[in-house]
Design a protein around this ligand. Sequence first.
Ligand code: DP6
Length: 322
Amino acid sequence: MNSATAQANPNIAFIKYWGNREDHYRLPVNSSLSMNLDGLFTRTTVSFQPSLPFDELIINGHEVVGKGLERVSYILDLVREKAGIKMNAEVMSENNFPSGAGIASSAAAFAALAMAGSKAAGLDLSEPELSILARRGSGSASRSIPAGFVEWKMGEAESDSFAFSIAPPDHWNLADCVAIVSSTHKKTGSTEGHAIAGTSPLQGARVADAPGRIDLCRNAILNKDFEAFANIIEHDSDMMHSVMMTSNPPLMYWQSATVEIFHQVREWRAAGLPVGYTVDAGANVHVICLGEYKAEVEKRLREIPGVKNVLVAGVGGAAKIV
Ligand code: DP6
């Protein structure tokens, strides 16, 4: 059988990946840290078939060609090379979360593709090898391979830039309440953003300070120190967006509702509610809280004008063959 199905969660970065030192291999300028999002997943089936004249990609029932297919074929080429096979493949992928929901689908998508593709080709890759393969498709996908709370070490070379788990999902009961303020497709995607990150004069300072932020965030997670955790994730997110806003061309992802949520979250925390915010390359706000407060946080977010929907996720596990 030349077919396999894998499932992977998206992840939310607490210390962000923004900028590559090498674009082709997706070698980042700094290490990053994230948590997998439970309940949200991409499920992908790869089947290598001798009769196929080219690779085929079907996402949520629709055939995808052009750039999307090229990116998938690039990963399949790496798999074919490793396995010594020449067959083309059919790739069928389904997301159980809405696209444009402020949750990067590329992380879950390339993690599931790396796992299903390598398995279907008869390869038995280790977790670091899978993380590296996923990274080649989308940097953040490297972090959707291991379980729970995950660190992607920037590494020194292509072969040691991979992600590993720093704590399992049940280590700390956190929830991500994603406040959707915009569901329109962002104008500038992450790949283009990484390419211009270095044009901001602030990027050097952000990168130089990253090892310290990684240590603070890792320790906050390991010690379950929510106050320290909230402070560092907000600081890191604000730093990345400062770089984005001062790049050439400048990237402004925030909407007015995005900023309103920042103010509210900080007020709530000052009044004793354990919440903190972080934002990826979009307008939607990931409001992280202790799990027992998720219903309260969701309710409060829904009352803010401009919030169209709220998705709630706990801490997710590793990518897996299903
Ligand atoms: C802001 O992994 O989506 O979400 O490698 O080009 O696919 P590509 O970029 P991607 O970048 C993620 C950027 C971010 C921060 C993060 O997830 O660390």
